[in-house]
Design a protein around this ligand. Structure first.
Ligand code: NAI
Length: 339
């Protein structure tokens, strides 16, 4: 009896402290581009995530310093830094989640598509390494133009024979984060309670927030909805302009990237009902092969693509308008990858 009560006492102590009785699985997360503007704060945020057991930081240079720095934080994960292509394999081996913020950001006056020439090549070579060293990882693509870099990675994986459409995600979480913040300001509701789905893609008009489905609901006028939609679509440009040549969103992007990677880890660990918006291979929403919408993430990656629900006339119009740009960005990526 005394043994029994001792065991149950220590179990309840554990539960009180917030520890699960099941051990948290070992999970390796690799960040490619970890020394960059997004990469550094993202490395910090992933170091704080208790679901991570190994944090692997890769960049062409500068990662030993970032790794040494965050490794002193007294949280669960072991941290290692890898610099230069010859170390990429070691950085990726055994990774469960690979986050890619590698490549150049926008300067004022540039569109995301202007980054294509440089970033497409970077993404192609990183995807080639992923297919070799960790073909089962969930890939979180942040590098722009996401509308094209996701199709590029898909083509590389197909060629290597490792493609699993459930495991490739374009990270559009920053659009959702922005939509939530801007909506809360106008609707005067607590921002922490707000949900807004954002669909389509991740550039200009292809970013389509569905404010008609926002919760808590608020009766906003049509012109307010229009302005909120435009501000969400131009949110990235707002930051690029304010930074005046020093790059694009890095801190809010790192936050958004950490939220999305956390959702992937939870899904892998079997947490039920993990739903986030993401740009994925999708054939139920439109005739386009890739589309952002709400997806349920589970042990195998994308477990379910959720439908769009009912759209307002304004959103329906936006949906029709975005298709041609999204289509050409997808085709551009596929064409590049097949060269
Ligand atoms: P940055 O220039 O500060 O950092 C990029 C990092 O990538 C650098 O450390 C660089 O050394 C590294 N890099 C370059 N080639 C590499 C390679 N072959 N392998 C590994 N690392 C490599 O740029 P920042 O601001 O961190 O942005 C990174 C990317 O994220 C850009 O393409 C940007 O457009 C994109 N982005 C995406 C957003 C989204 O919502 N999906 C939001 C904001 C930015």
């Amino acid at each position: 009896r005394s043994i029994h009560s001792a065991v149950s006492r220590s179990r309840s102590q554990l539960l009180r402290r917030g520890y699960a009785t099941e051990p948290v699985p070992e999970r390796k997360v690799a960040i490619l581009g970890a020394a960059g503007g997004i990469g550094q704060p993202l490395s910090l945020l992933m170091k704080l995530n208790p679901l991570v057991s190994t944090l692997s930081l890769y960049d062409i240079a500068g990662t030993p310093g970032v790794a040494a720095d965050v490794s002193h934080i007294n949280s669960r994960s072991e941290v290692a830094g890898f610099a230069g292509e010859e170390e990429l394999g070691k950085a990726l081996e055994g990774a469960d989640v690979v986050i890619i913020p590698a490549g150049v950001p926008r300067k004022p006056g540039m569109t995301r598509d202007d980054l294509f020439n440089i970033n497409a090549g970077i993404v192609k070579s990183l995807a080639t390494a992923i297919s070799k060293y960790c073909p089962h990882a969930l890939v979180n693509m942040i590098s722009n133009p996401v509308n094209s870099t996701v199709p590029i990675a898909a083509e590389v994986f197909k060629k290597a024979g490792t493609y699993d459409e459930k495991r490739l995600f374009g990270v559009t979480t920053l659009d959702v984060v922005r939509a939530k913040t801007f909506y809360a300001g106008k609707a005067r509701v607590p921002v922490a309670d707000v949900n807004v789905p954002v669909i389509g893609g991740h550039a200009g008009v292809t970013i389509l927030p569905l404010f008609s489905q926002a919760t808590p609901s608020a009766n906003l006028d049509a012109d307010v909805i229009e302005a909120l939609t435009r501000r969400t679509q131009d949110g990235g440009t707002e930051v690029v302009t304010a930074k005046a040549g020093k790059g694009s969103a890095t801190l809010s992007m790192a936050y958004a990237g950490a939220i999305f990677a956390d959702a992937c880890l939870k899904g892998l660990n079997g947490v039920p009902d993990v739903v986030e918006c993401s740009y994925v291979q999708s054939n139920i929403i439109s005739e386009l092969p890739f589309f952002a919408s709400k997806v349920r993430i589970g042990k195998n990656g994308v477990e379910e693509i959720l439908g769009l629900g009912t759209l307002s006339d304004f959103e329906q119009e936006g949906l029709e308008k975005l298709k041609s740009e999204l289509k050409s960005s997808i085709e551009k990526g596929i064409k590049f990858a097949s060269q």
